[in-house]
Design a binder for this molecule. Structure first.
Ligand code: ASP
Length: 324
């Protein structure tokens, strides 16, 4: 009986401490893990978002880059972090493709995380080294098909958005090229600028500046409609690849078990950030679309993640691509 009471008291004290901590949350800086290298597209979104979130949170938001294995190393790091609201994850569509791609994945995206919310949707662009010998997308496709043994396609590893887009592209044109994985497309972009690789598909949040500076050749966008900030680029569908459409949605997660008070605070902070004028301007300059605030909820993210996991799971199964 006494033992039982002691246990009850101890549990009560621990619970009260957790609740008190959650109520004073955040009492110190919050770390956003980006599962790719610094300077790339996911990092760019995270840094702008972090700045906008720091106002409603009343704390600094620090970005930590944990790249590797197409984003799965960083996601694993957050899955295993203390569920106290001080370590969160900003990831993209890779949360829905990794379960289909990896036979052994250290986490279940749908059950090992608290959903915070969707934040931006970003189109991709097909780009190539500045001396790539094709003047438009149709010529680009013909050239890749004719020279597939010689060409290298850069990506950010199995499970990255660039990997998914490259997979879809190779399947659409029925030609396979050699892929070169990096820990993020910031590194891949450097290799493309240095002409060590030939082409890649990457988010406009990384490619817009290089395209506008003519540092790379750009051939098409992956969205259904043209992108207002890159109006001269045709869509892949206009360029002849029927049904080719992919948008890279980004969302925020916390480790499973993060107290509800902290989750609510984080949801409120990203909702506020989505309305922040500087954040919206920066995102629109880079071709990204901020989700409407009513769609920035844990429930909307849970249902989006579920349907995207089903969609990409069957695409990946058909393509027969796996990692052990
Ligand atoms: N854009 C990259 C991808 O392919 C990741 C990154 O470096 O942000 O997923």
């Amino acid at each position: 009986m006494i033992k039982g009471l002691r246990l009850l008291a101890a549990t009560g004290i621990a619970l009260a401490a957790t609740l008190a901590a959650a109520q004073g949350y955040p009492a110190k800086p919050v770390t956003v893990v980006v599962p790719f290298t610094a300077g790339g597209p996911t990092d760019t979104v995270a840094r702008s978002l972090g700045q906008a979130m720091s106002k409603p949170l009343g704390q600094t938001v620090v970005v930590e880059n944990v790249g590797g294995a197409g984003g799965t190393v960083g996601a694993t790091r957050v899955k295993n972090a203390a569920p106290d609201g001080y370590t969160i994850l900003l990831h993209h569509i890779g949360m829905s493709t990794a379960p289909g791609l990896y036979r052994k994945l250290a986490y279940n995206p749908q059950t090992d995380f608290e959903m915070i919310g969707l934040i931006v949707d970003v189109p991709m662009t097909m780009i190539a080294r500045s001396d790539f010998p094709a003047k438009d997308f149709r010529e680009f496709v013909s050239y890749v098909k004719a020279n597939k043994e010689k060409l290298n396609l850069a990506n950010a590893g199995l499970g990255a958005a660039s990997h998914l887009c490259g997979l879809m592209f190779q399947s659409a044109i029925e030609a396979n090229v050699t892929t070169v994985p990096f820990k993020g497309t910031a590194d891949a972009m450097n290799a493309l600028l240095g002409k060590q690789v030939d082409f890649m598909c990457d988010q406009t949040t990384n490619t817009t500046g290089q395209i506008k500076a003519n540092a790379v050749k750009a051939y098409a966008v992956t969205s259904a409609m043209r992108v207002p900030t890159l109006p001269d680029l045709p869509t892949m569908q206009e360029g002849g690849l029927k049904g080719f459409e992919v948008g890279i949605w980004h969302a925020v997660y916390a480790p499973k078990g993060t107290p509800k008070a902290a989750v609510d605070k984080l949801v409120g902070a990203i909702q506020e950030a989505s309305k922040d004028a500087d954040f919206r301007r920066r995102m629109s300059e880079l071709g990204a679309t901020v989700y409407p605030v009513e769609q920035i909820t844990p429930a909307a993210l849970a249902s989006h993640l579920k349907s995207e996991t089903e969609k990409w799971g069957s695409v990946i199964k058909k393509a027969g691509v796996y990692a052990d």
